[in-house]
Design a protein around this ligand. Structure first.
Ligand SMILES: [Ca+2]
Ligand SMILES: [Ca+2]
Length: 205
């Protein structure tokens, strides 16, 4: 009886081992895989809601500041370079200014009568320019426009000559650039209405 049980047990063991071998040698289920890809778009935006800022009536007795300032909100998921240019006049380039287009024409040069890149505005001396500040953690104001008091950076006319105003080497989220506009005129400045158009651009490089 015991011998018979031993025989059955041996037989079962052999069966189990054979089963194990069969399982071991069965080919694996065929592998199936695929890659997943996505490209995140580059986002660089500047939003300046302001449509007009006004000096009002100015004369040779003071350095004037227009109201309101221009605030630009910058968003990017990469580096960002904010540049500025104006229209000026009378020429398309080379004469950034507040321009009086009605005869007799005249202009208030930026940053001064000879279009220097920076100037300290003085009562009674022709000049027009901007100052920039930011509360953002990443945006850095370019030295030309990092001014206080009556020191201003000059504009350049036409997009070809746009000037760096602020930049960041990393992504920025809703950082605000504030631009203050200042002007002064001599007593000989032709009376009448002057205007300019300032444009900001933001790019990733
Ligand atoms: Ca002038
Ligand atoms: Ca200049």
């Amino acid at each position: 009886m015991i011998k018979k049980i031993e025989k059955i047990a041996k037989g079962l063991l052999i069966l189990a081992l054979v089963g194990l071998l069969i399982v071991w040698t069965l080919p694996p289920e065929p592998a199936s895989s695929h890659t997943v890809t996505a490209t995140v778009a580059t986002i660089v935006t500047c939003t300046t809601p302001l449509t007009e800022t006004v000096f009002g009536t100015i004369d040779n007795t003071a350095v004037y500041t227009s109201s309101p300032d221009a605030t630009t909100t910058v968003n990017s998921n990469t580096s960002v370079y904010m540049r500025v240019y104006d229209v000026g006049g009378p020429d398309a380039t080379g004469t950034p200014s507040l321009y009086k287009s009605a005869a007799p024409t005249d202009n208030i040069g930026s940053a001064d009568a000879s279009y220097a890149d920076t100037a300290t505005l003085v009562d009674g001396t022709e000049g027009y320019g901007i100052q920039a500040t930011t509360t953002g953690a990443n945006m850095v104001i370019a030295p030309r426009f990092l001014k206080t008091g009556n020191n201003v950076g000059g504009l350049e006319a036409s997009s070809t000559y746009s000037v760096l105003l602020a930049s960041s080497s990393v992504a920025v989220s809703a950082e605000v650039i504030n631009v203050i506009h200042k002007a002064a005129v001599p007593s000989t400045q032709t009376s009448g209405d002057y205007s300019d158009t300032i444009t900001y651009t933001c790019t990733a490089s």
